[in-house]
Design a binder for this molecule. Sequence first.
Ligand code: NAG
Ligand code: NAG
Length: 525
Amino acid sequence: MHNTLKKSLVLGSVTVLLLVVFNAWSSGSHSEVDLSPLNQRLEGKVQKAVSDSHDIPCHVKKDVAWRLAQNTCECVADKETFRLPFSNLLFPRVWAHNLDLAFLGSHPDPDDVKRHRAQEYSGFQRRSYSSADLLIVAEANSPLQYPTQGVVVRPLKTIIIPGLGLKEETRPNHTVHLEATLGTFDVAATVDRVSVKGEGENHIILSSPRLSALNRQLQFVTYTNTVFHPKTADTVKFATEGHQSFFTIRVEHGTVPKLYNSGYQKEYNISALVTIATKTFLRYDKLRDLIASIRQYYPTVAIVVADDSEHPEPVRGPHIEHYIMPFGKGWFAGRNLAVSQVTTKYVLWVDDDFIFTANTKLEKMVDILEKTTLDMVGGAVREVTGYTATYRHTISVDEGGEDGDCLHMRNGYHHFIKGFPNCVVADAVINFFMGRTDKVQQVGFNPRLARAAHLEFFIDALGSLHIGSCSDVVVGHASKIKLPWTETDAQKAYDKFRYSSTSDDTYTRNENFYFKNRFKCMTSH
Ligand SMILES: *[C@@H]1O[C@H](CO)[C@@H](O)[C@H](O)[C@H]1NC(C)=O
Ligand SMILES: *[C@@H]1O[C@H](CO)[C@@H](O)[C@H](O)[C@H]1NC(C)=O
């Protein structure tokens, strides 16, 4: 079997090459997925089959083995195989950035940082562990019937445990036990000819000479949570002679919703639903052009401006909030401040050098957010040259053990969205996006990232934001390319500040990935 596996891995590598070539052409799957909330409520039972018959021969499936072999945390870049003009455009190579080397190499006491990171991580694991994560398999042929998932109790409250039962041959005395650690059992009603011992305790025994009476009694068994520790779970042991089973009862508060009262709407009222947020630094001419272009299409939509210029200039007008920050606080700090002041259901992020046009239809973004489970949707940015970018990426993380995990970013997306032919689902999108305000605030922008930073937000959002990207909502981008002799003094100062990468910035970025996100490596196109 070992040989078969090896062979399949070699074959796998050939497939990898073919797929890289294939991906370069297709850059994303063309399957379509229905994201409307109703269709997502598929209630299915997952059956896990376990077999201990190791001596029965088995056959490795190559495509599956290849997928398993892909899930390794190794910091390797694609090798350059051939060089043609534009080969990077057609077959983008994957680069790899070894954070172990990049961050620890420049640190005076690498062992100390490693220790500290390990310590913080074990604290994080302790905080996020739940016994509901434990894999429990319901053995076949057990006479016990019980819920495998989905039993929830509010902290310190009582529920009736659904689904308990015993199915066995008639015998003189039928008995079951229930044991818990964070709560106690009782019965909400008693049934004749059933004896109950241990009511109000964490171990209860029910027995009866009549199986039907015992099963009736089992319908009334209650569980009361007695240890206050929300967001955890109690593992309950349910047993009869010769058989035992385990199931979990989740102990948690319900999620308190955060709803926005935007008024009744027959059609989308953008001013009631959306706030436009931006951050500026020195570029007041650009900012004024942006505001003028917004006002042409959305005269009453609120605009929030975070500004960390050294000598702030007034930015006035109806429905404009201008927040002055300490000089040079930076890019993500400004995003954080601007987003924190938004009170509408949605926030639209724009850079201060964008220009609204007739194609900047915010209604389309609101529409997809209202009709799907997406939390955020990105648009497209059109450069002065006519080139339009959507900047879609997929992100994944592979576990890498003690040294940290591997972060993989690729150009592309996951699938199309049913009913929205110009939209796809991705993990990261361009600088022009609309999101549910509370969800964007939850993820937040790490204020330590002062200069160029963008994907860092989406890495933090992985697993908590469901993100789309639509190519038919387009904003214009004022030209970045300027001839040096036509640059204004403000432009020169801006370029100096924004694009000069000091070793300090590099250190902070590497630290963000190495320590905060606990990666050892990142790979990307
Ligand atoms: C049945 O068995 C249980 C546990 O072994 C015992 O406590 C109970 O008294 C028995 N009941 C009868 C009627 O024998
Ligand atoms: C749209 O919302 C704004 C702000 O809440 C409100 O002032 C305006 O009257 C609304 N317009 C319509 C047509 O409902």
